[in-house]
Write a protein that binds this ligand. Structure first.
Ligand SMILES: C[S@@+](CC[C@H](N)C(=O)[O-])C[C@H]1O[C@@H](n2cnc3c(N)ncnc32)[C@H](O)[C@@H]1O
Length: 355
């Protein structure tokens, strides 16, 4: 039997050091020890627990939803180096040796151009691998919805991971691919759409993203985010000195406010505040803080732009300040923050006040 003593995380290539810094803080807060191992720009990171401690325990207390820079979180076995003559046997043997069984198999690669060239090889291995795993009872029709992940970082390098329902991304590679909506005026539109998928459960869309709701979009031009709000039938104050898309304005649902988003105040309490202004994270955070403390909105989605080198300390500082301000203002709210697939050098924050 081999016990998994590593966690395997997927992330945006280039953000491995940020994920490592985040994990160092969060794992220490949980009173546990371990070490991140990664190479820059590879899109994944191994977190190896100290003293061969089992990884399942840490995995349970460190939910994926609580992590900013991780796209996927798996309990993992040691990386395998394979020979080209027989790639399959060592994989199947290791899975069997772990003692775990699964009801599905996902073969994945990190989100890099280099790794994507492995797609053909992976596809060719899929059928034979499945059939061998079934023969050895490691793949079964029902196995607690546990999923077996194979992360291929090269043609001869694979790491076996496992995921559990409720604490994983159910998207391949942890990536939410969205189709660009016809008529939206900018590519940024996908950031807000992805944020809604991430932070608003599908069954709540009709009540929380409802027709007739009132929203403000700060830094709105040319209107990608406003387009999403209008697409849900909302009325939008689009605050930006820049020009807004003409077709969007023709809907009659948008009021273009040519003012500074950091000082503009809404005429009443709104349902949504969204903000995509490129500015210092701390400046954006204090602006959002002001909105909630003054009860100008119930729910918000905003980006923190992170052009700096040490991104996690900046994010952590802003989230800490916001949580403190809400508490001091007597506002019960939930704050979530994640780097989404459509986010580049930025993360997305969601805040919702309890009704
Ligand atoms: C990244 S773009 C927003 C793109 C928009 N979310 C979209 O989907 O089309 C940032 C915008 O913020 C605006 N901006 C910058 N500083 C601002 C401020 N203080 N108040 C309002 N808008 C501001 C810029 O004019 C720019 O249009």
């Amino acid at each position: 039997m081999i016990t998994p003593t590593e966690l395997l995380f997927y992330c945006r290539p280039g953000f491995e050091p940020d994920l490592a810094a985040e994990l160092a803080d969060k794992v220490a807060d949980l009173g546990r020890e371990g070490e991140s191992r990664f190479e820059l720009d590879t899109g994944f990171l191994r977190f190896v627990l100290a003293d061969g401690e089992p990884a399942n325990v840490l995995h349970r207390v460190l939910p994926l939803a609580s992590l900013v820079f991780a796209r996927q979180s798996l309990v993992a076995l040691p990386t395998l180096s394979l020979s080209r003559e027989d790639r399959l046997s060592p994989i199947v043997d290791q899975v069997v040796e772990s003692g775990w069984s699964f009801d599905s198999l996902w073969q994945e690669t990190p989100d890099t151009n280099e790794a994507k060239t492995l797609a053909g090889l992976i596809k060719a291995l899929d059928r034979p691998l499945e059939s061998l795993l079934r023969k050895r009872k490691a793949l079964r029709r029902k196995a607690g919805r546990r999923r077996l992940h194979l992360l291929w970082s090269a043609g001869d390098r694979v790491q076996i991971g496992m995921s559990f329902p409720g604490n994983r991304s159910d998207l391949s590679g942890g990536i939410r691919r969205l189709r660009f909506p016809h008529g939206a005026p900018s590519r940024s539109t996908l950031k807000l759409e992805e944020a809604w998928h991430e932070f608003v459960p599908k069954e709540a869309w009709d009540s929380r993203l409802a027709e007739g709701m009132q929203a403000a979009d700060l830094g709105a031009a040319p209107g990608g985010w406003t387009w999403q709000l209008v697409n849900r039938g909302m009325n939008v104050y689009a605050v930006d000195n820049g020009p807004m898309d003409r077709k969007l304005m023709a809907t009659g649902l948008v009021e273009h406010v040519k003012e500074d988003g950091f000082v503009w105040e809404p005429p009443m309490c709104l349902d949504w505040l969204v903000c995509d202004i490129v500015d210092k994270p701390s400046r954006v955070e204090s602006m959002v803080e002001r909105w909630f403390v003054n009860r100008w909105c119930r729910e918000a989605i905003f980006n923190l732009k992170l052009p700096m080198k040490r991104r996690w300390p900046e994010v952590s500082l802003c989230l800490g300040r916001l949580a403190e301000a809400l508490q001091e203002g007597g506002i019960e709210g939930k704050i979530q923050c994640r780097q989404l697939y459509h986010d580049r050098e930025e993360v997305t924050v969601h805040v919702r006040v309890k009704e």
